[in-house]
Design a binder for this molecule. Sequence first.
Ligand code: KG4
Ligand code: ZN
Length: 339
Amino acid sequence: MKDGKHITLAIETSCDETSVALMGDGREILSNVISSQIKIHQVFGGVVPEIASRHHLDNINPVLDQALARSGCKLEDVDLYGVTIGPGLVGALLIGLATAKAYAFATEKPLIGVNHMQGHISANYIENKELTPPFLSLVVSGGHTELIDVKGYNEFEILGRTRDDAAGEAFDKVARVLGLGYPGGPMIDKSSKEGNPSGIEFKRVMLERDSLDFSFSGLKTGVLNYLNTEKLKGQAINVEDVAASFQQAVVEVLVTKAMMASEQTGRDKLALAGGVAANSLLRKLLKEACDKAGITLYCPSIELCTDNAAMIGCAAYYRYLYGQVDGLDLDAHPSLELL
Ligand code: KG4
Ligand code: ZN
């Protein structure tokens, strides 16, 4: 405890960010140190799992020491340890998990395993102190695209999910074929600002009537077919127009389905979460649609959209409050589901 608050030390190492945060009573960030490996993986055009694990191993102790120092807390102030246990790269997850276990064991404090996607949703609690469940969440990341009914802090129902590619994955793949580099989402976002969003008509895949599922692989193929056809015709490609038209198609589908979910459930609060939540067009069009429908939209700030330990600390605190404490036999689960 410090200043009458529970102190959570949280660790996130599910992909290519080594992050450690200290949180006061779950929603207050005391420190949130994020060491990104983006530059290391950029040359390979994507995250190389083995390289990611090795860098987490090098980074975890310095990042943890820095997070403690910046928070003004001492190790004795920490009341609980939260750590991402999945979904993610197993070798990367194990580095964070082993570290959290070692600290929890040595200091005899509770250990709480956190689902990474619960973490992304929880990012919304940090900057919106008034937000409480129930609400709807649109979770859009590199590996997931889901519409979730958040019934309680630790109670979720998945209303719809992608049947093939995740939205972030589609952004990354299209950016690669356009030669925009990795990670693709921010590059497409930037490039789109110079392009015409209705320049090329890509198909919006809505699936069956009333379905809240998504499918983005057809759109990705549509972009590839367009590029190949234009090349065969000897036409120059306007990269900005392709990026803007692709982004417009993805975002329109996401916004339409989120509005359908609000209508079907009657929920009047919507929280955006995951790396793709940083997308400027998604934030803009979703805000417009929510305002029109009388729905309150919550969006984390850009830093809290992408992977960070603060969101994991927030989720860990609410699991702890509800007695969901784990033992030292806690394991990593690369394909962990949110239940
Ligand atoms: O949540 P996150 O940091 O990691 C996972 O849990 O997957 O999400 C990473 C994904 C990547 O696919 C990245 O391209 C995408 O989020 N992303 C964006 C933007 N910033 C990050 N996608 C679209 N627009 C952005 N501005
Ligand atoms: Zn993530």
